[in-house]
Design a protein around this ligand. Structure first.
Ligand SMILES: C[S@@+](CC[C@H](N)C(=O)[O-])C[C@H]1O[C@@H](n2cnc3c(N)ncnc32)[C@H](O)[C@@H]1O
Length: 259
């Protein structure tokens, strides 16, 4: 059964995402199709759109010290955070407001990381509930657009990082102002402006047309899948909407340093 979609302007809440993750867990094909098209290994469960090559770039720019603390905020099932913790030897704390996603994250971490290296907490993008100035690095993959407003999440991210701690965000922004095709939550994302306003240094926001091309390939392939279950139907619907507005959005990769 597909879930009711939230109103076009409302941001989806935790109940929406709980059902979304339950549908994904019940799908026989969704994760395999997404992993194949993003070039990810089958064990890496993502609901973002970061490719295998993208993970290497995020890892590189987080500059994590071995044994350092990595936060994955809006982690979902934390496939990306777990992979980066595995590569770097970092400790991982994931935060999301979907308890259903976090249960899936916990079982994925048990398979991939030594015991005690990862923990997961229910919290929001604006109020993670974590102590301040404790993290060496923070990643937020394809989630900051759900913060209301994104600037408040960036303030929270800065609070969590130690001085010199590194931030990596992937998201989308409008190509131009006032475009009615751009969803309101994406219109609210201005990473260069807001990372600077939140007090970050070394702010670097890059457009990633190659990542955007990988996304198009994914959406086109997903549209051709037959006999979709609930999770695949939701993915097809997301892909249809993305392709309709494709030229109005750009894919961005932002990094910054906490002062
Ligand atoms: C597109 S998914 C990305 C998940 C994960 N980062 C990944 O790439 O696999 C967006 C995530 O943001 C979470 N989310 C949305 N709004 C949130 C909020 N206000 N507070 C905490 N998490 C939120 C959702 O539950 C979901 O897991």
């Amino acid at each position: 059964m597909t879930m009711d979609k939230p109103a076009a302007t409302a941001l989806p809440g935790a109940d929406y995402f709980d059902q979304w993750y339950a549908d994904i867990a019940g799908s026989t094909s969704r994760d395999a199709v997404v992993a194949r098209l993003l070039g990810l290994p089958a064990h890496l469960r993502s609901t973002g759109l970061l490719t295998w090559q993208g993970i290497a770039e995020v890892t590189d720019r987080l500059r994590l010290p071995r044994g350092g603390l990595l936060l994955d905020i809006g982690c979902g099932r934390a496939g990306y955070g777990i992979e980066i913790a595995h590569r770097t030897g970092a400790r991982l704390i994931g935060v999301d407001f979907s308890a259903t996603a976090l249960r899936q994250a916990e079982s994925a971490a048990m398979e991939r990381l030594p015991a005690g290296r990862a923990e997961f907490h229910v919290g929001t993008l604006l109020e993670t509930g974590l102590p301040g100035a404790a993290a060496d690095a923070l990643m937020c993959v394809d989630a900051v657009q759900f913060a209301e407003p994104p600037l408040a999440a960036l303030h929270e991210f800065r609070r969590l990082l130690k001085p010199g701690g590194r931030l990596a965000l992937t998201c989308w922004e409008a190509v131009g102002p006032g475009d009615p095709l751009v969803p309101p939550r994406i219109s609210a994302v201005h990473l260069l402006r807001d990372l600077t306003r939140a007090g970050f240094a070394d702010v670097d926001v890059r457009e990633r047309p190659d990542w955007r091309r990988a996304e198009r390939t994914l959406w086109e392939a997903v549209a051709a899948q037959c006999d979709p279950d609930a999770a695949m139907l939701a993915l097809q619907e997301e892909g249809r909407r993305s392709l309709e507005t494709f030229g109005s959005l750009r894919r961005v990769f932002a990094t910054a340093t906490a002062p």
